[in-house]
Design a protein around this ligand. Sequence first.
Ligand code: ADP
Ligand code: MG
Length: 717
Amino acid sequence: NHDLDVTSAARNWRVDAAAAPTPAQVVGELFARDVLTLEELKARISKPEYGSLRATLERGERLDPRIADTVALAMKTWAMERGATHYTHWFQPLTGATAEKHDSFVSPNGDGLAIATFSGKELIQAEPDASSFPSGGLRATFEARGYTAWDPSSPAFIIRHANGATLCIPAVFASWTGEALDLKTPLLRSMEALNQAVTPVLRLFGASAGTRVVSTVGAEQEYFLIAEEYFYRRPDLVTTGRTLFGTRPPRGQELEDHYFGEIPDRVLSFMTDAEMQLYALGIPVKTRHKEVAPGQFEIAPIFETGNVAADHQQLLMQVLRNTARRYGLVCLMHEKPFAGVNGSGKHCNWSMGTDAGENLFEPGDTPHENLQFLFFCAAVLKAVDEHQDLLRVSVAGASNDHRLGANEAPPAILSIFLGSELSDIFSRLESGQGGRGPEAGLLGLGSSVLPPIPRHAGDRNRTSPFAFTGNKFEFRAVGSSQSISFPITVLNTIVADAVQTLTTELEARLSRGLALDEAVGEIVRGTYSAHRRIVFGGDGYSAEWHREAEEERGLLNLRTSIDAIRHLNDEKNLRLFGRFGVLSERELAARQEILYDIYFKTVNIEGETTEAVAQTMILPAAVDYLVDLGQAGGSRAVRSTLAEVEAAADELYGALQLLREQNRALGGDEAHEKAHHVRDHVLPAMDGVRQAADRLEKLVADRHWPLPTYRQMLFVK
Ligand code: ADP
Ligand code: MG
């Protein structure tokens, strides 16, 4: 009995409360305990060595190989003091997961004994081979080896497990020909592109020389928790991360009593445990709460520099998954684990900041600050409008398709929500209104009447895929299971592009003798006019918006990921990524191939799993019940139930034959052909099977039903 199992799991999670750190310890000792911070490293190497390392970190200078040995020694000592027996280059292959190949510090010393070693060479570079990672053709077998290289911009850290710990050295992953085989390399390149593009215009606005610009990112992670017992009884959850069967629960989220509701003890204990580990890793998690759906929760950190945030996001998912198990729970990161129930996203809050800590999307107090603010906002409008396709590709994936465009998540159509105050300012600027009398100088609004731009604008539009939220933009289409690296790479690059173009226009006006405020005014006005179609403040879910967006505004509606992936290497995008050196033509082609391939594999596994579960679990349950009914005599209740079950079982059988055929067919040899095949034929066939199976779930006796139901899985406390 499934209900009884769960009670036992609920009883078995209790952990040693005495082992939990005190609040004072959390603040004083725990935070970043397992991170090799610069402070920590500084104390362990000489001053000149530290200076040389900083030059590498801050100015991107090549690391002096002589100091690599010293740094490696310091790292090894630090890690061993914390119980590490192994080290690994920790990297982000194109699968979207993280990868590690551990090597022990232990080396034989030749006398039958062993010593601990870790050299500068091993720190800087490793050759994990790793030939099974997708490379999209970038690694022909004759140039097969891939290597990882230390990324000193992200600190090394320790991952603990029950029997010890491992030193993790953040790394990039590339082919011998120098092509990026990972998500991190282009992200780092895009950070540099953004810096290069934004600093010149900041100088025009008066920033001091040497100012650097980074993107800042805070990603809100949504996830589900279900009891472990249920998980293992659902082959669909185990192999695909989502339920391929199941009728929606009697008490769905319609009641919305879950959102921000009280958090059950077991879940809160899990969250706290996970947070302590995240603190130890220096991950500044801040917020936790229940989400809209039953069994759904959210955790959000304080924002950090883009590439560090991306590393931390991957670690956060890993820690949540691992920790849940200690509480008899399984953490589901899939975008749509339960049909008919709210899905999970990962809102990516994105902004640009200077190394002095200035947020470039923070409206200022002075008209001058607001000039700069409006200039950058205009650049974002331009970037998002011109590269709707890229933003859509950056969140592509079979699992996210169940969310985007469904009636609860942002639609697949990109648009920007500005909030009423900012929209108002832009439209007044455009129409030249707002100026009062002859003083109407600045931006045509008159400096004295330039409306103060409200900080943290109050109104939120939850249906918008891309929203200005007071001092940052929130990209909401990112899926809960995804790496945020590519979405940030795209954001950085498209904004770099728009800023650069607008800067050229600005410089041209200035050299014609226009004052800065007039010149910026013209550019903001012109950019808004040209890209106003991307601004939308209404209901993004409505049918009316879909019609208006496509027919009147000509916005892209790339409904499925397959529609979007096609655009990745359009001429426009090749030029864009090439110009900033973020991704070469070959690197882009490889990524497109991999996106198709992963899409195909994901749906292919789902198709096969649907077939197996329907054939070996659901059909037999229906047959067993038919046997029971056949022996139950001829009452009206029995006869009519039997007829209904028989009809549904036949329907299931028929749908199953169709699915079987589609699972065998491939549609072609190329990755894109296979991806199209599974989208157009396998997904609909799976749907047919599911419909019949879900009908059976409502008919077949509970004692025969082989799968834990939504009701059971979603309402665990
Ligand atoms: P709310 O959206 O409810 O106002 P916050 O403003 O605190 O909440 O932010 C939500 C998320 O946005 C958090 O992860 C936060 O770290 C992130 N965030 C806040 N400011 C920035 C910024 N300048 N750049 C990137 N992310 C940010
Ligand atoms: Mg949220």
